[in-house]
Design a protein around this ligand. Structure first.
Ligand code: F6P
Length: 322
């Protein structure tokens, strides 16, 4: 192998740049040429490659986002798009590809693998919804952003004796909501994995009130059956009976922005170097992640098809301590 490429895809995540840096520098260390693909799979289809040297990735480790850009490509979801991407790679003489991203991105990567192109994936998404890595690159930074927001809301909630719904990201996975709720001392967490109806939230708030709590925080994952806006609308509709006036804060993309913390930079450095090592060994079609502190390679098919489950013990703990 002489020439490889790296791309970032899907929602950006803090630490993606540190992973790009590790791929570029490890690749060059092997004597390879490394190319960056601009704009995710869309750029791959259109053959937008840029050569990357050691200095091109200097000073990017501490920057959030991705210097290569990202996109959600509809065309790449079709076999026609995937074949176009492989044609672009072949025309540029690229013999191996590393894809940094979450579940959707690795599903695309698996499609390239099935079409016979040598690929390796790196687990990176703030959703932490990818089997094969206890934590994906970006989630620790996002969690700390959510936690800071909860701490800030708590001070104003206690001043006004109010109940707040705070919505965090997580389309299909309640990891961020659970961990932010546990670390932030929330009264309740609402997750996609556990069906919670608004009447149950009312019971939680009533119990908290009866136990003498002057304020309450409920953390809601955006992908839960009822998101924060829907829960709040329900409480407004039944205000006379339920009696709570809920305030809503939706954190949104704030959680994806800003500089990666040390955990994400270190994880990204390890997984970036390990992905290059896999290509070097000729072990393609795998996702690089970290499980119980060890860097592991999981077959892409297993990584994208296995549902990551929520830690029930931590959920019980969050409920016990609220
Ligand atoms: O996949 C990561 C994520 O941040 C999800 O939590 C969220 O639902 C989605 O991306 C938002 O996507 P976009 O940035 O395209 O609006």
């Amino acid at each position: 192998m002489k020439r490889i490429a790296v791309l970032t895809s899907g929602g950006d995540a803090p630490g993606m740049n540190a992973a790009i840096r590790a791929v570029v520098r490890s690749g060059i260390h092997n004597g390879w040429e490394v190319y960056g693909v601009k704009g995710g799979y869309e750029g791959l289809i259109n053959g937008i490659f840029t050569p990357m040297g050691t200095r091109d990735v200097g000073g990017i480790m501490q920057r959030g986002g991705t210097i290569l850009g990202s996109a959600r490509s509809q065309e790449f979801k079709t076999e026609r798009g995937q074949l176009k991407a492989i044609r672009s790679l072949n025309e540029a003489g690229i013999e191996g590809l590393i894809v940094i991203g979450g579940n959707g991105s690795q599903t695309g990567n698996l499609a390239l693998h099935r079409l016979g192109f040598p690929v390796v994936g790196i687990a990176s998404t703030i959703d932490n919804d990818l089997y094969g890595s206890d934590q994906t690159i970006g989630v620790d930074t996002a969690l700390n952003i959510a936690l800071e927001a909860i701490d800030r809301l708590k001070t104003t909630a206690s001043s006004h004796q109010r109940a707040f719904l705070i919505e965090v990201m997580g389309r299909n996975c309640g990891y961020l909501a659970l961990m932010a709720g546990l670390a932030g001392g929330a009264e309740h967490v609402v997750l996609p994995e556990v069906e919670t109806d608004p009447e149950h939230i009312a019971e939680v708030l009533t119990t908290a009130y009866e136990h003498g709590k002057s304020h309450a925080i409920i953390v809601v994952a955006e992908g839960a059956k009822y998101n924060a806006t829907e829960l709040s609308n329900y409480f407004t509709k039944h205000k006379e009976r339920l009696g709570f006036d809920l305030r809503v804060t939706i954190l949104g993309h704030v959680q994806r922005g800003g500089n990666p913390n040390a955990v994400d930079r270190i994880l990204a450095s390890k997984l970036g170097a390990a992905a290059v090592e896999q290509l070097k060994k000729g072990k393609f079609g795998v996702l690089m992640g970290e499980v119980k502190g060890e860097v592991v390679a999981t077959p892409l098919q297993k990584a994208v098809e296995t549902k990551k489950v929520i830690d029930k013990e931590l959920l019980n703990l969050a409920e016990l301590l609220d």
